[in-house]
Design a protein around this ligand. Structure first.
Ligand code: SF4
Ligand code: SF4
Length: 231
């Protein structure tokens, strides 16, 4: 009986001794000193290898040819998932505040006169009037966290990348005021000049054209409207 218990203790001690190290070498072997060096050099090799893998793209660009784009004469190369100043479809907004709640810096301001909901007959929001939808771009981080929770898909990250102002107040964009002009996204001062490169004229025209089909709906969102009753 005692002999069996003694044998079990010896077996468990032998098991602990064989627990492998990071390199798969048994602890008992490491203690011998001989394999410890192999473990050490393996760790050095793995460190250098993983740093080189991580730096591969950085090193590639270190030795790439530098190209200077003559902006604003030449359009900047924006990636397809670029997150610029928003564009906002007021006619679909139900003023649910989900975007404002998701915003980590509290820079979305929404005011309405009453509850709004999507009218199934027309597909646009009705109910109370939108009296304010504004974003303070002096705080916005362009994280897009406001976009995903929107239940009606009416707030989007746009392709405007360049807007400046003379003071902090001018960085607050009042989208409800833009809606009175049929616009969904702000137009920076520099885009309102006469002599503009072709790509700027086209970009600005695209923004204007996007709002044209829903111009009437945008104006309606600024007033109270009740749903159209089914006959
Ligand atoms: S992009 Fe981010 S910081 Fe800017 S309004 Fe949306 S949630 Fe807020
Ligand atoms: S989440 Fe969408 S529908 Fe709700 S308030 Fe924001 S923009 Fe309007």
């Amino acid at each position: 009986m005692v002999g069996a218990a003694y044998r079990e203790v010896l077996q468990s001690l032998a098991y602990v001794n064989r627990i492998p190290t990071r390199t798969g070498v048994a602890a008992s072997d490491v203690r011998s000193g001989e394999v410890g060096m192999r473990d050490y050099f393996h760790n050095v090799y793995m460190t250098i290898k993983t740093i080189l893998i991580g730096m591969r793209i950085t090193l590639k660009y270190c030795f790439a040819r530098t190209i200077t784009l003559q902006y604003p004469d030449i359009a900047p190369a924006l990636q397809s998932r670029f997150r610029g100043f928003h564009y906002y479809e007021i006619e679909k907004c139900i003023a649910c505040d989900l975007c404002a709640k998701a915003c980590p810096v509290d820079c979305i301001y929404i005011e309405k006169t009453g509850a709004r909901k999507i009218d199934k007959a027309t597909g646009v929001a009705v109910g109370g009037a939108m009296t304010r939808y504004a974003i303070d771009y002096s705080k916005c981080m362009f994280c897009a966290l406001c976009v995903d929770p929107c239940p009606t898909d009416c707030i989007h990250m746009g392709n405007l990348h360049d807007m400046s102002g003379y003071d902090r107040e001018s960085m607050i964009v009042e989208f409800t005021e833009l809606a009175t002009q049929g616009l969904q996204t702000p137009q920076p001062f520099w885009m309102q000049k006469k002599d503009l490169p072709d790509w700027v004229k086209k970009t600005r025209q695209d923004w204007i054209d996007r709002g044209v089909p829903v111009r009437e709906r945008m104006l309606e969102a600024l007033e109270e409207h009740q749903p159209v009753k089914k006959k």
